[in-house]
Ligand binder design. Structure first.
Ligand SMILES: [Zn+2]
Length: 240
């Protein structure tokens, strides 16, 4: 990449880890970012070295300029680069970049769930953390436990257990409440499907089948499963 300038008459220069110079305007740093060292301390002509590479800084710095920002939606960005831009946006407090990065990370789910969960945990972004946690419910429990860092895995186990308990109760609810009255093969199939994985209790398809089987009567199976799954605490609340 050749040296980059986003507008005429820049007054501060940064060097990326791979040696590309970015000529920037101090005023944009002051307005759009909170995390750069105070720019008045820099001598004229001084080049400030940063640890981020040019691909990352080229995207990050565009967010400082309203004219470049609109074209910087990061819609088809590589997930690895998105993460390094998001890290840099956090570090230098480039607020508009943080918003876009968080939106794109959320959209990348359910793919990249591990990467996104670890990122969200590190930066205490509860909204993203909760979305990633739901995505990880679809992964095998053992795999998640092995792949997450230990402090996250401990909380994950508690979260998963809450879902797992609901799943078991949802499976047995019919057997206790409709023991004598219902022998429908449809219900037998529903119970079998419910045993498959913990996410099944959130499935709209399953809820529709439950409603079809027993209607909308108060205290029905559907109400039970819906209410209980809505009441499961979000993953972030397990850290309180
Ligand atoms: Zn039934």
């Amino acid at each position: 990449m050749t040296d980059v300038s986003f507008a005429a008459n820049p007054d501060i220069t940064f060097r990326s880890s791979d040696g590309v110079l970015f000529h920037i305007h101090k005023i944009h740093l002051q307005v759009e970012a909170g995390g750069f060292a105070p720019t008045e301390f820099h001598a004229p002509g001084e080049v400030v070295s940063l640890t981020e590479d040019s691909a990352t800084l080229n995207i990050l710095f565009k967010f400082l300029y309203p004219a470049c920002r609109a074209a910087n939606s990061l819609e088809s960005i590589d997930p690895g680069l998105l993460e390094t831009v998001a890290e840099a946006a956090e570090k230098y407090e480039v607020y508009t970049a943080m918003d876009v990065c968080y939106a794109r990370l959320g959209e990348a789910l359910p793919a990249e769930a591990y990467r996104i969960m670890i990122f969200a945990y590190k930066h205490e972004n509860h909204e993203l953390l909760d979305k990633a946690a739901v995505a990880l419910l679809a992964h095998p429990f053992e795999e998640v436990m092995k792949k997450l860092p230990r402090d996250l895995a401990v909380h994950w186990a508690l979260y998963y257990d809450t879902w797992s308990r609901l799943q078991r109760k949802a499976c047995t609810w019919h057997a206790t409440e409709y023991k004598w009255r219902c022998k429908s093969s449809q219900c037998v199939n529903i119970m079998r499907d419910m045993g498959e994985d913990v996410l099944v209790v959130m499935s709209a398809e399953l809820i529709a089948k439950l409603t079809e089987a027993h209607g909308n009567k108060g205290g029905s199976w559907t109400d039970y499963v819906k209410k209980k799954s809505e009441n499961i605490p979000k993953f972030s609340s397990f850290f309180k």
